[in-house]
Design a protein around this ligand. Sequence first.
Ligand code: RFL
Ligand code: PHB
Length: 390
Amino acid sequence: MRTQVVIVGAGPAGLLLSHLLAMSGIDSVVLETRSREYVERRIRAGVLEQPTVELLREVGLGERMDREGLPHEGISLRFDGADHRIDFAALTGRSITVYGQQEVVKDLIAARTAAGGDLRFEVTDVALHDLDSDAPRVTFRDADGVRQELRCDAVAGCDGFRGVSRGSIPAGVLTTYERSYPFAWLGILAETPPSHDELIYCYHEHGFALHSMRSPQVTRLYLQVPPDERIEDWSDARIWDELHVRLAADGFALTEGPLLEKSITPMRSFVVEPMRHGRLFLAGDAAHIVPPTGAKGMNLAIADVRHLSRALTAWLREGRTEPIDGYGQACLRRIWRAQHFSWWMTSMLHRFPDADAFQHQIQLSQLRYTATSPAAATSLAENYVGLPFD
Ligand code: RFL
Ligand code: PHB
């Protein structure tokens, strides 16, 4: 079997890459270890930057997003028990859209399936070979356990942080930049209308809390917890009690509802360079991770594959190699901007276990300045709504 591009991973990066390549007349096969139902239900990101929204519209994926997505023109920073709104529309003329990652994934799978795209779910033993040659190969077992081999011109490693692609690059080639944080996020999805019409990022002496949403009927909430916390130690009642304490503010009442999901996510900043090795190109979480406080992970994955689809098209259709040679450099500027922003939001809004009274006052001062200075608020706003792609 042969295709032009083998794409490993059917998350937002892999699926959108396959869609963009198809628009340029380039064949691909997408290999995914999980089932279609699993990837369509996996609860992850919720916020689309304006450049992401515009790109999805431009490539014919905006119809349901425009109907069901919730446009937001600001967020609140909550500290000292009061809200301080960051008005994105007034400060930048731009906005964000709350639309779950799993909805983007469903729209992409529907579009690829309708166009006759080749998506293989439930594959196992994916292995990449001959990446240094001009005839790379990918072997795997299909959903029936039958061994298969795909020959191709290029492999796109879109298989997330724990995929096989990054590990297929020989030791010593990659430079890794990494930070871990002394806390994790406990996230819940609750069947109850949001308690406020915008996102609330809350700094409290017990730790960070976030009020977000998925729809007018479904609320998404997060609590900062210790990094080794066990989900079994958090009964639903304990989660709600802690959310009530941290999110308390004048005139705010948190509405409870049945939990649809609860999980704990570690926090990490991570970048590898280069993003290319021979005929393998890394994109999305396979190449970089941000802590979720800036809502940047999925947006970065989408920005990467926008560049990658253009670079692969120039090469495979016109024989031009400068765009693939410059792929990593083209992405890394945006990646490091998002890394800084995500680290900064995380540092400002969380309680660090070893923090003393000085550290607490420094964080409060940063929060007050960000909330009251138009210059500081604009800096948060323009990063949050998303800087232009180029
Ligand atoms: P994904 O989504 O992890 O997809 C990778 C896919 O590859 C598959 N896979 C393999 N397939 C074949 N062979 C193998 N050997 C494979 N190994 C793995 C996996 O099953 C999976 O289907 O990576 P991608 O496409 O790069 O997308 C990245 C985003 O998923 C991620 O950055 C965001 O979810 C991060 N994130 C957020 N991003 C935002 O932009 N805004 C947010 O508001 C936001 N909030 C979040 C988040 C991530 C969170 N968690 C749970 C990590 C909130 C949370 C809690
Ligand atoms: C979410 O709705 O899941 C969400 C929103 C904002 C973030 C992270 C996650 O910063």
